[in-house]
Design a protein around this ligand. Structure first.
Ligand SMILES: CCCCCC/C=C/CC(=O)SCCNC(=O)CCNC(=O)[C@H](O)C(C)(C)COP(=O)(O)OP(=O)(O)OC[C@H]1O[C@@H](n2cnc3c(N)ncnc32)[C@H](O)[C@@H]1OP(=O)(O)O
Length: 727
């Protein structure tokens, strides 16, 4: 190392209590980087420079928390990257582990880049509502061309070392010690010209049809962004690189960065980043947490039921490399299920191959299909995913309790049923837990993990660990009807239907909520999921169907307002997409393109006539407020009951399972931005107009927070006198 100046120990932050270290920039690191560069430049004995991280990780970029601190950081890195680039001595980046955000931008200032074969790189700023603000939007297109730079910057995706090599982002990929390889290269470069390696001096590679390409790309970026500002501003910065000299492009980048930095969206997305990590550190009201419980190893799992949910769950387990037995009630169902699972796995294998990975699922030791419960004797964990029917689930759990080894965990995939009741038929209620997957289960990231009265901390820890291995976001919640997600969804959907009774059309309501940022509005969602699902549940609850007491008022249940509209549609066989008709009409049964249906419009007006409801115009504000504020109101009740241990839990559930726009941070974060006094005032107003709708009555916890002066979201839980779990 005689003639080389090596920077390590610069980017270091020890996290967790492990020996690993994750490295992100602080002001001190930036200062050290600048000082080191200047010293290297001034010292004639230094002939070349290698920049590396410590402990096998290059850098995770800027400290995200710093972006919301009053002393905003982030703009200081660009000049340092330029300083690196201007160096007369060759500078080589040795990329190990990760080089993300500002970390990757540092490497773009270097004259050469070497990456370890397992390194991952990316510019994920867009995912936290920003753009690469250290000249990255100007250098990357010059290095790898506009299409690839646009893809990497507007999606924020991580790329592997081999992809980076193909794109020309790195010069070499090594399997051995990256720093040593970088030093060897730096040695070879001493005295060689560097001008052609300075990206700021290079032109952006031309495309024959740049203008047309950019026009088309912008349409795609906007469509994918669904109201999120950062991808479009990333695009604008890259476009500037194609139109302006480097220095002007940098000025434009800075201007756009500042717009994003001060936008509410960046705050929301950064909140969501930390919220997701906060829910990993679960706790229960009785004090159980990772500190008090260790997950048990799952060497073999089983899934019972190969319907839509079961198929996705099997696929997720196979992808997580957990050997799995898939069980069905008879050979006919088993064969149908097997075909469907194999198809899903083939598609997943193809996707993985594109990323250079393989998926082994044709091995019976990895995936086995059976109809006999006896094969479950040696499994460590079972996930039951049969029909949502309490009697059936209890029958299965009773059988499992007798057949499975005593230490096996028993999970039920349910969206609303009582975990305690299911556990009550087993001899091991401490090992029974709810695992609510979301459809399609091999795609959706959310896993609601529901502990019952007797569920042990070890069982919770094991389910959380399983979520992690399956690359899902596990959120631990308490047991109540609908848990967190569906419980908050009920009043939202209920309001949407009430709005139809009063004068809206399904497409009006959906449009308002889609403009807000939801992927699909409540009626499109209901058509997709199938209206019959809710109908069955309402029949089971005695709200409709043959068990309904004769003489029950059509629009009231238990003294409160009820809308029979969804039941009436089901009675007419309108189950949504599957029957080609629901709240919308479709091109055919199973069709996906929703078209407003004149039949529904006249059906609604006849309904209003029958029930003497005067049709009125309902504006967008009322649609939004009634749907969202009742959902949020339920969230406050959930927090007050101790069903979830913080507002982040509710937000993570909604972002990952219900299509809530991430750039609005989740319902509870959104509530904090609207202001709790505003939400309270609106709920009070609507509740006075609709006194027969209890969901509009403001939650006591919301009222309390307003009375306490509308404290910030982080402090909400400290205002709560903990109550025990509702059930
Ligand atoms: C002085 C100013 C310089 C300005 C430079 C110019 C501007 C540059 C823009 C940026 O660089 S923005 C940041 C871009 N980087 C990212 O977005 C990376 C975010 N992190 C990740 O994607 C992941 O954490 C990871 C790096 C891939 C590691 O994943 P892993 O699953 O291994 O660990 P996690 O549980 O996610 O994280 C562990 C721990 O570390 C915290 N953390 C991670 N990255 C950052 C970060 N960039 N800033 C602050 N904190 C970070 C994370 O919150 C976890 O903390 P916990 O307390 O243990 O939960």
């Amino acid at each position: 190392i005689q003639n080389l100046f090596i920077w390590n120990r610069l980017f270091l932050l020890v996290f967790c209590n492990s020996t690993e270290s994750l490295i992100y920039f602080s002001l001190a690191v930036l200062q050290a980087l600048e000082d080191g560069l200047k010293r290297a430049d001034a010292d004639p004995s230094v002939k070349a420079v290698t920049i590396c991280g410590e402990n096998g990780k290059f850098s995770a970029g800027a400290d995200i928390r710093g972006f919301s601190s009053p002393n905003k950081q982030g703009l200081g890195l660009g000049p340092i990257v330029s300083l690196i680039e201007r160096s007369e001595k060759p500078v080589v980046a040795a990329i190990e582990g990760i080089a993300l955000g500002g970390g990757l931008e540092v490497t773009l200032g270097c004259h050469y880049r070497i990456a370890h074969v397992q390194a991952r790189m990316g510019l994920p700023e867009v995912t936290i509502g920003l753009l690469p603000g250290a000249e990255g939007t100007q250098r990357l297109p010059r290095l790898i061309g506009v299409p690839a730079a646009l893809d990497i910057i507007t999606t924020g995706r991580h790329i592997s070392a081999s992809e980076a090599l193909k794109l020309g982002l790195v010069d070499e990929v090594v399997e051995e010690n990256t720093v040593e390889a970088a030093i060897r290269l730096a040695n070879r470069l001493i005295g060689q010209p560097l001008g052609h390696r300075r990206l700021s001096l290079k032109p952006v590679p031309k495309l024959p049809n740049m203008e047309a390409f950019l026009t088309e790309a912008l349409v795609k970026v906007k469509k994918r962004a669904q109201g999120c500002l950062a991808p479009e501003l990333c695009f604008q910065a890259i476009k500037a690189a194609t139109e302006q000299p480097f220095a002007d492009g940098v000025r434009k980048e800075r201007e756009l960065f500042n717009i994003l930095l001060t936008s509410g969206q960046a705050k929301a997305l950064q909140y969501a980043f930390f919220a997701e990590r906060a829910v990993e550190k679960w706790t229960t009201p009785s004090g159980a947490s990772w500190k008090t419980a260790s997950p048990q190893p799952i060497r073999k799992a089983a899934v019972i039921g190969l319907g839509t949910m079961g198929r996705g769950i099997v696929t997720s387990l196979v992808k997580a490399k957990i050997p799995v037995v898939a069980l069905e009630q008879d050979l006919e169902y088993l064969n149908t299920g097997r075909k469907a699972v194999m198809l899903l796995l083939e598609r997943e294998a193809m996707k993985m191959e594109q990323g250079g990975q393989t998926l082994d699922f044709n091995n019976p030791a990895r995936l086995q299909f059976a109809v006999d419960f006896d094969v479950l004797r040696d499994v460590d964990l079972v996930i039951e995913a049969v029909f949502e029917n309490m009697a059936l689930k209890k029958e299965i759990f009773n059988k499992l309790s007798r057949i499975c080894k005593p230490e096996a965990f028993l999970c039920t995939n349910t969206s609303a049923l009582n975990i305690d009741e299911i556990a009550s038929v087993t001899s091991r209620p401490q090992q029974v837990i709810g695992t609510h997957f979301f459809s399609p289960a091999h795609v959706m990231r959310l896993l609601e993990i529901i502990y019952g009265r007797h569920t042990s901390p070890t069982t919770i820890a094991t389910a959380m660990q399983l979520a992690k291995v399956m690359k899902k976001v596990g959120v631990v919640v308490g047991n109540c009807f609908g848990f967190v997600g569906n419980r908050m969804m009920f009043p939202y959907v209920q309001q949407a239907v009430f709005l139809l009774e009063e004068g809206s059309r399904p497409e009006d309501v959906d449009q308002v909520l889609e403009d807000f940022g939801f992927k699909i509005g409540p009626f499109r969602m209901s058509d997709l999921a199938g209206l019959d699902v809710g109908w069955r549940s309402r029949k089971d609850q005695g709200l409709t169907g043959p068990t309904l007491a004769p003489g029950t008022s059509a629009r009231q249940r238990h003294g409160y307002r009820y809308s029979p509209l969804p039941d009436l549609l089901c009675e007419k066989g309108r189950f949504g997409q599957k029957t080609g008709k629901g709240w919308y009409q479709y091109e055919k049964a199973g069709g996906r393109t929703a078209k407003p249906d004149p039949w529904i419009h006249s059906f609604l007006s006849e309904y209003r006539d029958t029930h003497q409801i005067k049709t009125r115009f309902i504006d967008q504000e009322e649609i939004l407020e009634r749907c969202l504020f009742t959902l949020i109101n339920e969230g406050f009740d959930i927090l007050a009951e101790g069903i979830a241990s913080g507002p982040e839990h509710l937000d993570v559930v909604y972002i990952n399972g219900y299509g809530w726009p991430k750039h609005r941070g989740g319902p509870m974060f959104y509530a904090s931005t609207v202001g709790l006094p505003n939400i309270l005032a609106k709920l009070q107003k609507y509740s006075e107009i609709h006194p027969d709708v209890p969901q509009l009555r403001p939650s006591a916890f919301l009222k309390k927070l307003v009375a306490m002066g509308n404290p910030p979201l982080n402090d909400w839980m400290s205002y709560l006198h903990r109550q025990s779990n509702k059930l």
